[in-house]
Design a protein around this ligand. Sequence first.
Ligand code: HEC
Ligand code: HEC
Ligand code: HEC
Ligand code: HEC
Ligand code: HEC
Length: 220
Amino acid sequence: MKPSVPANIFPKWFNGLRVALAGSAVLGGAYVVTLFAYGASPVTLNVGFAPEQPVPFSHALHAGELALDCRYCHTTVEQAARAAIPPTETCMNCHQRIRTQSDALAPVVASFASGDPVHWKRVHDQPDYVYFDHSAHVTRGVGCVTCHGRIDTMERVRQEEPLSMGWCLDCHRDPAPNLRPPEFATSMDWQPDRPAREYGEELARARGIRPSTDCSTCHR
Ligand code: HEC
Ligand code: HEC
Ligand code: HEC
Ligand code: HEC
Ligand code: HEC
């Protein structure tokens, strides 16, 4: 796996520039070439990015073997745009008793004592000019596994999908094959009992699910 380009390869002002380009794109085709050039730039190609974390926290162990629900730690996915990263207290619910002498857990124990959070590295990170909302997806029946892959088998989290504009739009134009009842949003192995498209089209009709493709949905 090739390590990815650092997230800050572009200077801060670049975000502003890109939004300005978005405006220009509406005015004329001259910028299309430029946009394609950026579209093919490495920021959209982070698939496989899996930074080493300050603590070797394993989703394969905690979400897989121990079968903890995603929402035990990522508590905000149904209410907020952002999926919260759990505070040290959540870990200490168990680790005040389990593996208290482990070297791997030493930074967590130190964080609990000092009150300074563990500095987890971000895996997924979209540019500031993109608006994404977890609750809008999770409560309408797009499962975590559709966008993040089999997290429950990962020793270290890696980005599974490109998260590019084309990737978002593919689903916004045709969400049916990716819909499930929202109560199974965190299940990693849920399967429909009929062909996925048929199942999803019924669900979309019944619940009036029609993702928008307006620019302002994701760029506001
Ligand atoms: C015991 C707590 C815990 C549980 C349960 C848990 N996670 Fe996590 N998750 C974390 C922590 C801590 C991090 C930050 C460190 C890391 O990336 O491994 C994280 C990171 C992530 C990230 C990457 C965040 C980023 O920086 O982009 C994703 C995606 C994720 N979790 C999805 C899931 C899914 C899906 C489930 C359920 C199948 C799940 N998690 C269950 C604690 C948990
Ligand atoms: C529901 C209980 C529970 C929670 C909550 C929990 N863990 Fe664990 N954790 C365990 C168990 C059980 C083990 C396996 C212990 C063993 O192998 O003896 C473990 C193992 C670990 C290990 C490996 C320790 C070693 O010595 O190899 C690390 C690191 C770890 N957890 C980090 C975390 C972090 C960070 C969090 C919070 C984001 C967390 N855990 C939350 C139960 C939990
Ligand atoms: C429709 C796709 C999609 C679904 C469904 C989805 N995520 Fe995400 N997730 C993303 C994107 C895109 C990002 C990066 C957001 C950013 O950088 O602003 C992200 C980021 C995260 C992060 C890092 C914190 C943050 O909000 O940036 C965590 C943790 C996470 N997701 C967990 C989950 C869990 C748990 C579920 C299921 C309950 C889930 N995600 C469902 C696309 C998705
Ligand atoms: C697998 C399918 C899928 C993918 C991938 C996906 N979406 Fe969505 N999105 C949906 C569905 C379904 C809805 C809910 C539509 C509804 O409520 O009618 C939604 C809703 C949204 C909303 C909420 C709009 C509102 O009314 O508040 C935003 C914002 C959004 N998506 C942004 C994104 C972005 C940005 C990406 C890519 C990073 C993305 N989505 C990827 C399926 C998807
Ligand atoms: C469903 C969400 C979504 C919608 C709708 C959407 N975009 Fe995007 N857009 C994205 C995402 C995600 C990125 C960031 C891709 C990346 O990481 O490079 C992006 C990036 C861009 C960029 C930066 C250049 C690039 O390709 O990286 C421009 C310009 C842009 N969008 C313009 C538009 C315009 C104009 C519209 C309306 C016709 C639109 N977008 C509609 C999600 C969306």
